[in-house]
Design a protein around this ligand. Structure first.
Ligand code: FEO
Length: 184
């Protein structure tokens, strides 16, 4: 009796996403080291925390595959890309990485829809929402750096930005929770 509730194609796609999340975790860890080496301890801390979130995402996919009677598989992770050139490059790359991940998430949603695999479709909605948050968080990094002066930012404003990111929340509010009284 086949107790695997995932199609072969879906199981492979979910395993690929597990690997992508693990890869993202390594990328942010690597950018964190780069920030640390360059004296941005607060930004490094922010990136290390984000790296842990990505690992949590990997675990969620692993757990889901197993819970559906499937075979989760831990695959090799590609090496992280080379270090960013500067903070603008770093934050742009974080944003681009999130956008690319959203594309992968949408592909999984699309596959679930095509297969009428409503359990996976429902599971994936958590990630659709999560990507709105993650893209917003990355956009805020870009905005904060722009306000600080971008590549021309003074040491003082970079010091303030670094400190702010050390203490920044990893959570952002979503448009779904906005009201006229509390729009932000
Ligand atoms: Fe796991 Fe940043 O998405």
């Amino acid at each position: 009796m086949n107790t695997n509730r995932l199609s072969n194609e879906m199981q492979s796609a979910l395993i690929r996403q597990m690997t992508k999340e693990a890869h993202a975790s390594q990328i942010f860890l690597s950018y964190g080291c780069w920030a640390d080496i360059n004296g941005y301890g607060g930004i490094a801390n922010f990136l290390y925390r984000h790296s842990q979130e990505e690992r949590n995402h990997m675990i969620k996919f692993m757990r889901y595959i197993l819970d559906r009677g499937g075979e989760a598989k831990v695959e090799a992770i590609p090496a992280p890309p080379e270090n960013p050139k500067n903070l603008t490059d770093c934050f742009n790359k974080v944003f681009q990485h999130e956008v690319d991940n959203t594309t992968s998430i949408y592909e999984l949603v699309d596959l679930a829809f095509q297969e009428k695999d409503w359990a996976t479709w429902n599971f994936m909605q958590w990630f659709v929402k999560e990507q709105i948050e993650e893209e917003k968080l990355a956009l805020e990094l870009i905005d904060k750096l722009k306000i600080a002066g971008g590549d021309q930012a003074s040491d003082e404003s970079l010091f303030t930005l670094d400190k702010a990111l050390e203490e920044a929340s990893d959570e952002v509010s979503l448009p779904q929770t906005a009201t006229a009284d509390n729009p932000s």
